[in-house]
Ligand binder design. Structure first.
Ligand code: GCW
Length: 724
């Protein structure tokens, strides 16, 4: 007994000191931190003491609940909810059509400018009283308005002069989950899939609701539940019933559900002998499947398809084209306003041309041939979500086809969930790249938001980094990537700087000293990872399969373009992939203004140097260093930058809780260790060709090249486990 008591006491001491409470982070950027500033608090409390909130739908109910939750938590106040519109003293949340004429008159925002899903938040003076009005044309606009309002309060904006008119610039703002039905997540580093298929449809996990809230809070309005390497079973009644239960939860937050359609499904679950898109039986099968799906989910969004890519079945198996395949599915979904999102991530083992050229070559000739409810989804760069790639030349080259952007939020090639890398910096770089297709200023953002070509449909997808880890994303700062993706899908012209600012205030602290220390660290983190992994345009030199850590020496895989050696081409003569007219001529896929620049190594931006050129080790860089020295110094710089991140993090101890601090501190240690690993392994390997000494300032590697080559990680996360 006595022993037990001692044990209990010891245990509780242990819990309260070293383990702390439940790890922070479940609430994401919706923690609704208590406002500490007394002046602001009083302003809010008075200004929000009574609210009129229009009723009538589940979306409005969700919005009202959220408002209550946020105000309670930030102000410790539950405003009186008045049913009577006229009585409401200080705040009105209602659709514009239902607003009183006298109110409409005093609003200074141009109320006719509210677009679909958009909203106005404005402080007005009505009959001598100040009131905050949140209004929209549709329910989801109100929901978005409420979330924005709460974010403004958290950021400390005063109530007296609110005036925000905002609307999404892109129609489909979606997460793509690469979640398998066995709950593993391809390239997932934050646990297992959120979707508990076994317990659905009866059991609704609170996580589904919180997931929907988080997405709605940043304007995400679509989710693809399943992996693009698809399993046809999700289209069978047993699963559709479960999908319907999720769709039902998400509907209250303005989110539509989409599924991946395995092209061979008519054979696998339909018993047909073929999946040929021109076969009438096949067409009929998909039409009937669509009817069936819409019975379960009346607002089903549509299909996402990976076809004829990395072994996935597709129309080319029957000598048909992407157009045949996509349009067949589009016809089946058209009666229900569903869309087909057809991926352009294709490359073939039968095609010896530069992989970077293949998607463009396969799709551009089909410009204008797809049905109106088809979008072509292209990754941001022509290879595969590398730490840095030039923008995909398809953007701007298909004026008659809606092109949808696919970014990767999960960090397959960016340090999994242990490296702090603020991805909006990467997204911004891509979105602000100039395609020159309609002269200077033809940014990728303009291509995808439709302002250029007046696309009927526009979209942006992010491959999710979410799993069932307590904090959703593994690394607390990876939450910022989910957040930032949503914000950029809403407005592709937002700057990474603004996004970092918003996220930090909502997540950690509004203290300006804290922000001024941490924001620069976030903004530089992407460049740091480029430096310690893939500097000067190097790419795809990751260890094979799991992509964990460096593997530039890998050269024995069956498909040439799976080998890092294919991409860096290092030999005694030099390093890099020649994509100029003397090489693969991939540069010709870009507008003249760009190709002229990048074809010449002297004018090619150095961050893309080895992406486009094969150059001798003693090639002189702009700063006068040899290519070899420059490479080594970049690797070293990356390591130094992570060291700086560690010391910056040390300096913010006073601003956050011990647990919050400790969590990121430990992760940064891993990042530093791995940055050194990348530097040492890559430099030793490339040195075996350059035969040159490491320049001054670059630390000596700890181990031999053989040591780094011997490292194996059979259980690295993110690959589908094989049970056989
Ligand atoms: O980069 C590759 C990934 C695969 C992924 C594929 C794709 C879902 O390594 O895991 O498959 O891209 O985007 O289809």
């Amino acid at each position: 007994m006595i022993n037990n008591k001692i044990l209990v006491i010891l245990f509780s001491v242990f819990i309260s000191t070293s383990w702390g409470q439940i790890p922070q982070g479940y609430d994401l950027w919706m923690t609704y931190l208590k406002i500490e500033n007394e002046g602001i608090l009083t302003n809010y409390r008075n200004g929000l003491s009574s609210v009129y909130f229009e009723k009538g739908s589940r979306v409005l109910e969700a919005a009202q609940t959220e408002l209550g939750r946020g105000l309670k938590s930030m102000l410790d106040q539950s405003p009186e909810i008045s049913d009577n519109y006229v009585d409401a003293k200080v705040m009105l949340v209602a659709k514009r059509l239902n607003l009183d004429k006298t109110i409409l008159k005093v609003m200074t925002s141009d109320i006719n400018q509210i677009e679909e899903e958009g909203f106005i938040i404005e402080t007005i003076n009505h009959n001598g009283k100040e009131k905050v009005v949140i209004t929209a044309n549709d329910d989801v606009g109100i929901l978005y308005g409420v979330f924005r309002f709460l974010q403004l309060i958290q950021a400390g904006k005063r109530l007296d002069d609110l005036k925000v008119l905002d609307a999404p610039k892109i129609d489909l703002r979606m997460l793509n989950h690469w979640d398998n039905l066995d709950r593993t997540v391809e390239r997932g580093y934050a646990g297992f899939s959120l979707w508990n298929w076994q317990k659905l449809p009866e059991y609704i996990d609170q996580r589904y609701i919180d997931y929907a809230r988080a997405n709605a809070s940043i304007g995400i309005n679509g989710t693809v539940l399943t992996n693009v390497n698809a399993n046809a079973l999700v289209l069978t009644p047993m699963y559709l019933e479960k999908v319907a239960a999720l769709a039902n939860v998400f509907r209250a937050y303005g989110i539509k559900v989409y599924l991946t359609a395995r092209f061979s499904a008519p054979m696998e679950i339909g018993g047909l002998a073929t999946a040929d898109p021109l076969d009438e039986e096949v067409q009929k099968w998909w039409k009937e499947k669509a009817v069936e799906i819409y019975k379960y989910i009346p607002d089903f969004g549509g299909f996402l398809v990976k076809a004829n890519s990395e072994g996935q079945p597709g129309p080319q198996n029957y000598n048909r084209t992407h157009v045949d395949g996509a349009n067949m599915l589009a016809k089946a979904l058209q009666p229900f306003n569903g869309v087909v999102i057809w991926r352009a991530f294709v490359y073939s083992e039968h095609d010896a041309t530069d992989r970077a050229k293949q998607a463009f070559a396969e799709f551009v000739p089909f410009d204008g041939k797809f049905m109106d409810n088809v979008l072509i989804q292209s990754k941001n760069g022509p290879i595969d979500f590398q730490p840095r790639e030039p923008f995909h030349p398809m953007f701007g080259a298909m004026p008659n086809t809606p092109l949808m952007m696919e970014f990767q939020i999960t960090q397959e090639y960016l340090g999994f969930s242990t490296h702090l890398v603020f991805l909006p910096k990467l997204y911004e770089e891509v979105l602000q790249s100039d395609t020159y297709t309609k002269g200077k200023g033809s940014t990728v953002a303009k291509v995808i938001d439709g302002s250029f070509y007046n696309n009927k449909l526009t979209g942006m997808a992010g491959v999710s980094n979410i799993g069932n880890d307590l904090n959703w994303t593994g690394h607390p700062f990876a939450q910022a990537n989910w957040y930032g993706f949503g914000r950029l899908a809403w407005n592709p012209n937002l700057l990474a700087d603004e996004i970092a600012d918003e996220w930090l205030k909502l997540t950690y602290s509004t203290d300006p000293d804290f922000i001024s220390l941490i924001k620069p660290m976030m903004l530089n983190s992407r460049e740091a990872v480029v430096n310690y992994m893939n500097p000067l345009g190097l790419h795809h030199i990751f260890d094979t399969g799991h992509h964990y850590g460096p593997g530039p020496w890998v050269g024995n895989l069956s498909r040439p373009e799976w080998n890092p050696t294919y991409y860096h081409n290092a030999d005694e003569g030099g390093i890099g992939f020649d994509r100029t007219p003397g090489g693969s001529n991939a540069t010709a896929q870009y507008a003249k203004e760009i190709s002229t620049l990048i074809n010449n190594p002297k004018t090619c931006p150095e961050e893309y140097l080895l992406w486009f050129h094969h150059l001798p080790w003693d090639y002189q860089l702009k700063n006068g260093e040899t290519l070899w020295n420059g490479l080594a110094l970049h690797y070293q710089k990356g390591v130094e930058e992570v060291k700086d991140m560690c010391s910056t993090w040390e300096s913010v101890k006073p601003y956050i809780s011990k647990d919050q601090h400790e969590e990121v501190r430990m992760l940064l240690e891993i990042q530093l260790k791995e940055a050194k690993w990348w530097r040492d392994a890559c430099l030793l390997y490339f040195q075996s060709f350059s035969k040159m000494k490491l320049p001054a300032g670059v630390e000596k590697p700890k181990h031999t090249l053989e040591y780094y080559q011997s490292l194996k990680f059979p259980f690295a996360p993110g690959i589908r486990p094989r049970w056989d």
